[in-house]
Design a protein around this ligand. Structure first.
Ligand SMILES: [Mn+2]
Length: 382
């Protein structure tokens, strides 16, 4: 079931395009600059990249302004690296970029208050296009919990920003596809390929919880893309670290009833936790998986629920109990907790408390899968 439609969901694509066009034009008039910076969350996933590339085409070809896409944080996952390589995507590095030329920021697949998103405070936000659950109001106004949460100076122009947040839509890339379609901009093969990858990744190839718009974006962009490139993106070569990470994750993960829990200690890259969570949730009888791992002073968490389930965002919020920052939609959620020094002690404490918290939740919902002790100890996967 999709979430209730937020206000504004009844707008047509044409109305949304007109509103965005007007907001950008006002920003150009006010700043005297004709260039926008498109940003998304740290270490962008395919949906973030697809939405950014689509937004670039919209702003340049649909509206006639200049635009630049900048990213923050390395991309590690083999499929995501293959997407950049095979489609020839080019992004600026957000850090060290001269903000002088830009009239303002267009955010895609994220929102200003999200912990994994860094907003340059000297640039006004002019537009937000996203499908993630907005943070609860008390979170947005409080700086407790995470040093990154709240307390973010966000500037805007007099006319406020263009905000289009539709939690029911499967991918932000689909939303950007709608803008392009309504503006009469036909995506080139590269843009269509990027949007397709975004919809494919965030909806699991339209597996569940999708709208007609996601389906239109998937089918239309598949037709317009280079299909052999899409094939190479889906099954890329994998580096040796992938296999050693997989082996150690398989050794340490445990099945507790209908959940697989893998708290992996240090990981080879932050996206390994998402890869393993995607993999473990496919275990027969598993309804959700939670995987965590430490990388460069941060503890990353990925939560997945199985096909047909939703509520990953709420579940991860309950597990984190106000620690760190998190986001998600449908079956996917991710979070990040800052580790303090000395890191190894803090890491072990954090993993122990996460395990206790999760097992307490599983215990409450125990659905007759053996005695309680078996539920607590868990069953090795391999
Ligand atoms: Mn997304």
């Amino acid at each position: 079931m999709n979430a209730p439609d937020p206000p504004g969901a009844a707008l047509t694509g044409e109305q949304r395009v007109a509103a965005l066009r007007e907001t950008l034009a006002a920003a150009v008039a006010e700043s005297g600059k004709d260039h926008f910076l498109i940003l998304t969350h740290r270490s962008p996933d395919p949906d973030a990249m697809g939405a950014a590339v689509g937004m670039l085409a919209l702003i340049e070809r649909g509206f006639g302004h200049k635009a630049t896409v900048a990213t923050l944080g390395r991309i590690h996952r083999a499929e995501n690296l293959a997407m950049v390589r095979e489609l020839g995507l080019e992004f600026e590095d957000c850090e060290g970029l001269d903000h002088g030329p830009f009239a303002g920021l267009v955010l895609v697949d994220t929102q200003p208050s999200f912990g994994h998103t860094k907003i340059p405070s000297d640039l006004p936000v002019v537009a937000i296009i996203d499908h993630h659950e907005p943070p609860p109001l008390e979170d947005a106004s409080s700086s407790e919990g995470s040093p990154e949460h709240g307390d973010k100076p966000v500037a805007t122009y007099a006319d406020a920003w263009h905000e289009d947040i539709r939690v029911g839509v499967g991918a932000t890339s689909s939303m950007v596809f709608e803008y392009l379609r309504a503006a009469g901009v036909v995506p080139d093969a590269r843009t269509a390929g990027a949007i397709f990858c975004g919809v494919r990744y965030d909806t699991g190839d339209l597996a569940e919880g999708v709208t007609e718009l996601d389906q239109d974006a998937w089918f239309d962009c598949f037709r317009m893309a280079d299909q052999s490139a899409l094939q190479r993106i889906q099954r890329p070569n994998l580096p040796p670290e992938y296999f050693s990470q997989l082996a150690s994750a398989l050794r340490s993960a445990r099945q507790h009833g209908t959940m697989v829990l893998g708290l992996l200690g240090d990981v080879v890259n932050p996206e390994a936790v998402a890869e393993m969570a995607d993999f473990f949730v496919r275990l027969d009888g598993c309804r959700w998986s939670l995987v965590g791992g430490a990388y460069e002073g941060q503890y990353y968490l990925s939560l997945r629920t199985s096909v047909g389930e939703r509520g990953a965002y709420n579940l991860l919020g309950m597990i984190l109990e106000g620690r760190g920052s998190f986001g998600g939609h449908g079956r996917i959620a991710g979070g990040r907790v800052e580790l303090n020094d000395p890191m190894d002690v803090d890491l072990r404490e954090l993993e122990r408390s996460l395990r206790d918290r999760v097992l307490a939740m599983v215990g409450k919902g125990a659905d007759g899968d053996g005695p309680d002790s078996e539920l607590r100890l868990g069953r090795p996967l391999a």
